[in-house]
Design a protein around this ligand. Structure first.
Ligand code: NAP
Length: 259
């Protein structure tokens, strides 16, 4: 299917690996010019080169921390008028409510709520003036089914969801949509990292935990960054102009059970 977005410009945040990279590749395949970022320059440049080679797309790679004002400014200088914005960043660490400091909460809210709001604020009005815009927030299925060990994530991501819910109903009349994709377990470094920590805390092998988690997913497998990216690209397409304010779970059937 031609997604009707050839020549559009996209900012894809946190895209050297995992879900962000999956989104970037999918958009590039449909002829979108990309501005991507991540903190680590080496992996970012390697991903940019990989996408250019695979798709011939124009890819600008900005090594920056998207949760800082300076990082977001660098992205917007590279791509001042994006047609598509995919908000993404690393998730807050797991832990227990009892042990989280206010600083931990401020950091989680800054990274996973304020940063995407800042980028939306900087771009959404230009999109409305131009009559096209697609904003997609990568959050988590914890927005619909809170995950016990991820209270920082549950809180910050629900905050973002609420913050843009009404805006998404105002922008749609100008062909600007705001949606969120809520990943369940996807086979990325992040998921492998949490399996590794669980394995260490229980004193068992990584494979034992990772396979147990896989079996808990009704699909009997983890999702792939490619299928996440394909869904994201559709939501950013010309065909998705009637979808806004939605929080779409993509989780192999896990919700409302959690893995
Ligand atoms: P991942 O495989 O660890 O990849 C994270 C990517 O984001 C990397 O490219 C990383 O590069 C970049 N990044 C992280 N923090 C950044 C920052 N502050 N500024 C710029 N780039 C940053 O993670 P993932 O699995 O794709 O997860 C993406 C998001 O989805 C996370 O918020 C995660 O919590 C959420 N999520 C994932 C799953 C899952 O199963 N995978 C499930 C639910 C929610 P650098 O480290 O070099 O910056």
């Amino acid at each position: 299917m031609d997604l009707g977005i050839k020549g559009k410009k996209a900012i894809v945040c946190a895209a050297s690996k995992g879900l962000g990279k999956g989104c970037a590749i999918a958009l590039a395949r449909d002829g979108v010019d990309l501005t991507i970022c991540a903190r680590g320059d080496e992996a970012l440049q390697a991903t940019a080169a990989e996408i250019r080679k695979a798709t011939n797309a124009k890819v600008t790679a900005i090594a920056c921390d998207v949760t800082t004002e300076a990082g977001r400014k660098a992205l917007l200088v590279a791509c001042p008028n994006p047609d598509i914005l995919i908000n993404n960043a690393g998730g807050p660490p797991p832990g227990d409510f009892k042990n989280f400091s206010l600083e931990d909460w401020r950091k989680a809210v800054e990274s996973n709520m304020i940063s995407p709001i800042a980028l939306i604020h900087a771009t959404v009005y230009g999109m409305m003036d131009r009559g096209f815009g697609r904003i997609l927030n990568i959050t988590s299925y914890s927005v619909k089914a809170p995950i016990p060990s991820l209270e920082l994530s549950n809180g910050a991501r629900c905050g973002l969801t609420g913050a843009v819910a009404a805006l998404a109903r105002r922008t749609i009349a100008k062909n600007v949509t705001i949606n969120a994709l809520l990943p369940g377990p996807f086979d990325t470094d992040r998921l492998r990292g949490t399996s590794q920590k669980l394995a260490e805390s229980k004193g068992v092998a990584f494979d034992t935990i990772h396979n147990e988690r896989k079996k808990e997913v009704p699909a009997q497998r983890f999702g792939t960054a490619e299928e996440f990216g394909a869904t994201a690209a559709f939501l950013c397409s010309a065909h998705a102009g009637y979808i806004t304010g939605q929080n779409i779970v993509i989780d192999g059937g896990s919700y409302p059970g959690t893995t």
